[in-house]
Design a protein. Sequence first.
Length: 158
Amino acid sequence: MFGLIAVLLVFGAVAAISVIESRSNQPGFNSDGSGLLMRGYDPVAYGIEGRAVKGVPAYAHRHGEVVVHFASAANRDRFAAEPERYLPAYGGHCAYGVTQGQRLDSDPEAWRIVDGELHLFLDQGTRSLWMLEEVGHKATADRLWQESVGRPTPLAAN
């Protein structure tokens, strides 16, 4: 129990430092100052290769006001045909942070696919917290995200 409390205290401190506002004009997306989504990681690769893969600028695609990088032309074309299928849940913000009413940055190496949706996390610790009660956390995050952004997560709409 003490370990869980310590993790929650650390999360709270990190959350206070890591809260960000989306810097793109696309409502809700977590992008860098240039509009790059997911620090340049390929959102399609998670489901196809089962791992985080850094994309390259040569295979970039603009989606609204954000830019998405891909590891291959095939992944770029898959995304272009069905962007809502591949966009990360909660605009790429930390999924656990959304359950706490926060829009936190995320580490593309800390991820999990839940019900066909790509979920990103601040770090492996917040991913572990999410997994302690995944069904409840997902329901809470979905509800809070829809309230804050005014639309469901990309795949929840399908």
